[in-house]
Design a protein around this ligand. Structure first.
Ligand SMILES: Nc1ncnc2c1ncn2[C@@H]1O[C@H](COP(=O)(O)OP(=O)(O)OP(=O)(O)O)[C@@H](O)[C@H]1O
Ligand SMILES: [Mg+2]
Length: 254
């Protein structure tokens, strides 16, 4: 169970996330919606530790992670998609995924300088990395240098790296933004598959309401940093505050 309590961050005088208290249970996919600038990405940044909170707490399975750095939160099971700035642009797609798998597994076992185990580990890491690339339909691009990937493929690689961490909590921030009509279904299918694992907690920031309707078990609405609605999709979508604040904006944009 992931829990935030009065989670708040101020940038100067602006309160970007305002006292958000919310719990997210395993086996549920919660969509986080709200207009541009509502604080959705900032909320993810606070949960993952990318930015420090001004006040409030983050607990995972009862463990207080409020002061923990990103690395400790990742080890605890909070998975936030990598930013591409964290990748190795001059290494191949496969090498990047293998490094993520290795990073996740290091510490789990240490064989010392046993050459056989280094070799067999290397092979196991490669196999796992290829398996992950398969799930995002990028196995044919394994040898491509990351720097030369098209934008949509870079976004898919972000998801691949997130998978490599095997987190308990998956945080997807507009995962199909910038993807082509061919690419988006690959990621949506992957999220559908992840949903079947009832140990996983999925948080999805998504502007596309058809995607939200299909995938979400629950919707929370942020508006000016405040949680203004929380409930099952049909109920939340019907609320006047959502019709005005969110769908109104979406209609203008469409
Ligand atoms: N590092 C920062 N410094 C100052 N202000 C910031 C910072 N990060 C976010 N903000 C501000 O906080 C508010 C919330 O931004 P955020 O990116 O979380 O919104 P969002 O809901 O993700 O929007 P979008 O749907 O456009 O992605 C905005 O007013 C933004 O300008
Ligand atoms: Mg955002």
């Amino acid at each position: 169970m992931l829990q935030t309590q009065d989670l708040t961050v101020r940038f100067g005088g602006h309160v970007a996330v305002n006292a958000v208290s919310c719990s997210f249970a395993p086996g549920t996919l919660t969509a986080i919606v709200g207009p541009n600038g509502a604080g959705k990405t900032t909320f993810f940044n606070l949960v993952s530790g990318q930015i420090p909170a001004s006040s409030g707490t983050v607990h995972l399975n009862g463990v207080d992670l409020s002061q923990a750095p990103v690395s400790a939160r990742t080890r605890a099971g909070l998975g936030r998609a990598f930013q591409l700035t964290n990748l190795f642009p001059h290494l191949s797609v496969l090498e990047n995924v293998r490094l993520a798998v290795q990073a996740m597994r290091s510490g789990a076992h240490w064989h010392g300088l046993n050459l056989w185990s280094i070799w067999s580990d290397h092979r196991a890491l490669t196999e796992r990395a290829l398996e992950i690339l398969h799930t995002v339909a990028m196995q044919h691009q394994q040898a491509v240098q990351v720097a030369s990937l098209p934008h949509g493929d870079q976004r898919k690689l972000e998801v691949a790296l997130l998978m490599a961490l095997e987190p308990q909590v998956f945080m997807f921030d507009e995962p199909t933004a910038g993807m082509s009509h061919d690419e988006a279904p690959v990621i949506l299918n992957l999220i559908r598959e992840l949903k079947k694992d009832k140990r996983k907690t999925i948080l999805l920031v998504e502007h596309k309401m058809d995607v939200v309707r299909e995938l979400a078990d629950r919707i929370i609405v942020l508006h000016n940093g405040t949680l203004v609605a929380d409930g099952d999709p049909a109920t939340v979508i019907a609320l006047p505050v959502v019709q005005e604040a969110y769908l109104g904006v979406a209609k203008e944009a469409a």
